[in-house]
Design a protein around this ligand. Structure first.
Ligand code: FAD
Length: 286
């Protein structure tokens, strides 16, 4: 298939990109890595009147250490996140997750802004934004605003952006942790996840002082499981803790049956991944 006819602009600033979107009266689309948008154009599932290509806006590509936060420009490629020593040191869960994102050629082009905006419920970056409670900064005709992941991800493949708004930056808080893990199962390595979990813990002398848990592949959008975090804080740790954690996680999700897996299978997978993730996190010395 070939796309329907469209105009094309390649602005050099975010302001010019927003102006082009405003001028399109809601008919324009932003182009970043093109890894999700181009198939949609080719199948004519998207028919924008104009493509606003962000690739010439150099100011949108960076990874910046801001002390207790790491800021990432919207045009930063998946592969840069995968190989960044700063991300490995400060956001290790992200570093571990990035090699599960698609295949090398896609990671070379795909961007964090594109992945968040596409909002696939089985994609790693939306899940990581949820896990870290990232600040998603967007720019539109009336300036910038910051959106929390809970509000940004509305449903499968649906975000809360206005048609003239562009994601410009995502800021990830650095977690206080002495153990963490990212676990995922996909049919083939690099496929979208059937189920996945991210876990971070901080231990005290007799129990957990902090815990963070997020899952994906088991709902229409990624979920942070705050109830599970609270229950984990109430548990001490002994050899039964990973099994109890897995039971608790499974009891808190209700996936649907779909083409790729039954709901029961996804729950079973998630339970196994939860147990393995907590075992890995607890085995770390901190
Ligand atoms: P584009 O394709 O350019 O855009 C996607 C959408 O986001 C479009 O609607 C576009 O208008 C909008 N958009 C882009 N940038 C912005 C912005 N800054 N502000 C506002 N809107 C914007 N992803 C995974 O996470 N895990 C996987 O396992 C995985 N497997 C894949 C396998 C295949 C075969 C393919 C083709 C893709 C896969 N992907 C996977 C998706 C990949 O990560 C994409 O790169 C990503 O979803 C979209 O990023 P992009 O930069 O290519 O965005």
């Amino acid at each position: 298939m070939k796309p329907a006819k469209f105009d094309y602009v390649s602005p050099l600033t975010v302001e010019a990109a927003v102006e082009a979107l405003v001028a399109s009266n809601g008919e324009g689309k932003v182009l970043a890595g093109g890894q999700s948008l181009l198939p949609l154009l080719n199948f004519r599932m998207a028919r924008p009147s104009i493509l606003v290509d962000l690739n010439g806006i150099e100011e949108l590509s960076y990874i910046e250490d801001r002390g207790d936060r790491i800021a990432i420009g919207a045009l930063t490629r998946h592969r840069e996140l995968e190989h960044s020593p700063l991300i490995a040191a400060r956001l290790p869960v992200m570093s571990a997750a990035m090699r599960h994102v698609a295949h090398l050629a896609i990671r070379n082009r795909g961007t964090i802004g594109g992945s968040l905006s596409h909002a696939d419920p089985a994609a790693e970056l939306p899940m990581l934004a949820t896990f870290y409670e990232a600040n998603i900064q967007v720019q539109g005709p009336s300036g910038r605003r910051t959106i929390a992941p809970k509000e940004f991800f509305v449903d499968a493949l649906t975000n809360c952006l206005e048609p003239e708004e562009i994601v410009v930056e995502v800021e990830f808080p650095v977690l206080k942790q002495d153990g963490w893990a990212f676990e995922e199962v996909a049919r083939r390595f690099g496929d979208f996840a059937l189920a996945s979990i991210a876990v971070s813990v901080l231990r005290g002398p007799s129990g957990f002082k902090a815990a963070r848990v997020a899952v994906m592949g088991v709902a229409d959008k990624p979920r942070r499981l705050e109830e599970a975090e609270a229950e984990l804080l109430a548990m001490g740790f002994d050899e039964r803790t990973p099994d109890r954690f897995a039971e608790m996680i499974v009891s808190q999700v209700s996936p649907n049956d779909d083409l790729h897996a039954s709901a029961d299978y996804r729950k079973h997978l998630l339970g196994q991944l939860a147990k393995r993730a907590l075992q890995t996190a607890l085995a770390m010395k901190g």
